[in-house]
Design a protein around this ligand. Structure first.
Ligand SMILES: Nc1ncnc2c1ncn2[C@@H]1O[C@H](COP(=O)(O)OP(=O)(O)O)[C@@H](O)[C@H]1O
Ligand SMILES: [Mg+2]
Length: 219
């Protein structure tokens, strides 16, 4: 089991957003998380991504019980094991595509020359070689999201978490991004957890988990 959540709860003030979430996600699964706005999808993804902490319950990733890590261990764990793709790429505007992709590897203390070689390989795989010296403002929306995927991939994470990754893309770029997720799963056994409103992606996913009012209603 790659990811396991047991009875995860989370409140913001008086509002209980997650009311006991139990999930098990296997290596190389593509799991979609669907549900109405405000259902708690982003909160759940942030908790699985170790960016937020649950009020109660247990999160285990690759055999590591996350609550047992101190802040420094947690930052290192996140850097090495979790890749993020957000709705709005969140690339650093003053850096080139290549530099953006290298950053997580540099944080993981990879040698700069190795990080650069590795980042170029991934960008090449994603058909971005001729775009790599451009800054985000000079890239199309689809290209920016592919660079964000490259950045998520560089440390070979256990899982890539994506929060409405195609939410700001047109139909063609959306379909290309989704096809890329499936290619990465098929060719590299990459695991994905993807919050999405996209019916087609949800249908093609191995499983769709439906969240409503802080509970899993199906899946
Ligand atoms: N940091 C926060 N502080 C207060 N309320 C929050 C916070 N984050 C989310 N919420 C609330 O929790 C609920 C679930 O939010 P969210 O997880 O973003 O839902 P979704 O992603 O499914 O739309 C919403 O009512 C939202 O307003
Ligand atoms: Mg959300």
């Amino acid at each position: 089991m790659m990811i396991q959540t047991e009875r995860i709860t989370k409140s913001f003030g008086a509002l209980q957003v997650l009311k006991g979430i139990d999930l098990s996600i296997d290596k190389s699964e593509i799991v979609a998380i669907a549900g109405p706005s405000g259902a708690g999808k982003t909160t759940l993804l942030q908790i699985i991504g170790t960016l937020d902490t649950p009020d109660s319950g247990t999160l285990t990733i690759n055999g590591t019980v996350i609550s047992k890590l101190n802040d420094k261990e947690l930052a290192a764990f996140r850097n090495r094991n979790i890749g993020f793709v957000f709705q709005f790429h969140q690339l650093l505007p003053e850096f080139t595509a290549l530099e953006n992709v290298m950053i997580p590897a540099l944080i993981a203390r990879e040698k700069a020359s190795t990080a650069e070689k590795h980042a170029k390989e991934i960008l090449d795989y994603l058909n971005l070689t001729d775009r790599m010296s451009h800054k985000p403002a000079e890239l199309s929306g689809g290209e920016k999201q592919r660079v964000a995927v490259a950045r998520a991939l560089i440390n070979h994470p256990a899982v890539i978490l994506a929060d409405e990754p195609s939410g700001s893309l047109d139909t063609q770029n959306k379909e290309e991004l989704h096809a890329l997720f499936f290619d990465l799963r098929n060719e590299m056994k990459q695991t994905f957890v993807i919050v999405t409103h996209d019916e087609q992606l949800a249908q093609h996913a191995d499983r769709t988990i439906h969240l409503k009012d802080g509970v899993v209603i199906q899946g």
